[in-house]
Design a protein around this ligand. Structure first.
Ligand code: CTP
Ligand code: MG
Length: 251
């Protein structure tokens, strides 16, 4: 079977502040999404890239044109490129829904899926290759992860009465050495990820990462080393860091 990359790119980027949808904001003059698409297409294993675009018709068309060009394709639906085919589908209201729409678009011959945030445009290709290789070697779910720099505190669930910025009581301090911050691409056996998405959606539950859904099925998830440059562009300061990383790379 083939390995496909699904790239959720349908978010608005509320935390980044006003402007274009986050995936279309530029780094070094190139849309973040284009960096992400190239990073996935450069991986030897990846022969299909499925981009999940903001759902508006114009956004889908713009994303299709940008990505087709990035892959050196013809600029139309299904435009091919050296090594990677492109599909663009409209996204949903949550990341989870967007990923589910990407999964639904996969052809039958895909048996390994990498899910990669458009908001992690600078992931090194070695990280992508390592995740794909671990899935091919038999792991049903593989996640790149790094140790934490900050100590983490657990708080009680918020009650309706609590105001933003009010002091929050601490409940516990998990041992930092036993915690990991997770990144993407997360790699999966396709059938496992599809089953996880179906069950979690049926249960009406949410999840902030795909591997979390696989864990809830009771299946093993393993971590491989992530990379600092696979950080997620979330807030304005992250754009400053991303521009600097890119300049260092190109310099
Ligand atoms: N995403 C998506 N569909 C959504 C929400 C998010 O495809 N309905 C994607 C984003 O485009 C991004 C990835 O999921 O590539 C990670 O999400 P996040 O960093 O939270 O991006 P946004 O949701 O766009 O940002 P914010 O939460 O600040 O609005
Ligand atoms: Mg979000």
């Amino acid at each position: 079977g083939r390995t496909a990359a699904v790239i959720p790119a349908a978010g608005r980027g509320v935390r980044l502040g006003p402007g274009a949808p986050k995936a279309l904001r530029t780094l070094g003059g190139v849309p973040m999404l284009v960096h992400a698409v190239r990073a996935m297409a450069r991986a030897r294993a990846v022969s299909l890239v499925v981009v999940v675009a903001p759902p508006e018709e114009e956004a889908v068309a713009e994303v299709r044109a940008l990505c087709a060009q990035a892959l050196g394709g013809a600029g139309t639906a299904g435009g091919t490129a050296p090594g990677a085919e492109l599909l663009v589908v409209p996204g949903g209201g949550t990341r989870q829904e967007s990923v589910a729409r990407g999964l639904a678009a996969l052809p039958a011959d895909v048996d390994v899926v990498l899910v990669h945030d458009a908001a992690r445009p600078l992931v090194p290709v070695a990280t992508v290759d390592a995740v794909a290789a671990a899935v091919r070697a038999g792991a049903p779910a593989v996640v790149p992860a790094l140790p934490l720099a900050d100590t983490v505190k657990q708080i009680a669930p918020r009650t309706g009465a609590q105001e933003d910025g009010a002091p929050e009581p601490v409940v516990a301090t998990p041992e930092r050495a036993l915690l990991r911050a997770v990144q993407t691409p997360q790699g999966f056996d396709r059938a496992v990820l599809a089953a996880a998405h179906e069950k979690i959606a049926l249960a009406g539950e949410g999840a902030t990462d795909d591997a979390g859904m696989v864990e809830r099925l009771g299946l093993p998830v393993v971590l491989v080393p992530g990379h600092e440059e696979a950080f997620k562009v979330t807030r304005p300061l992250d754009l400053v860091l991303a521009e600097a990383v890119l300049a260092r790379r190109e310099g």
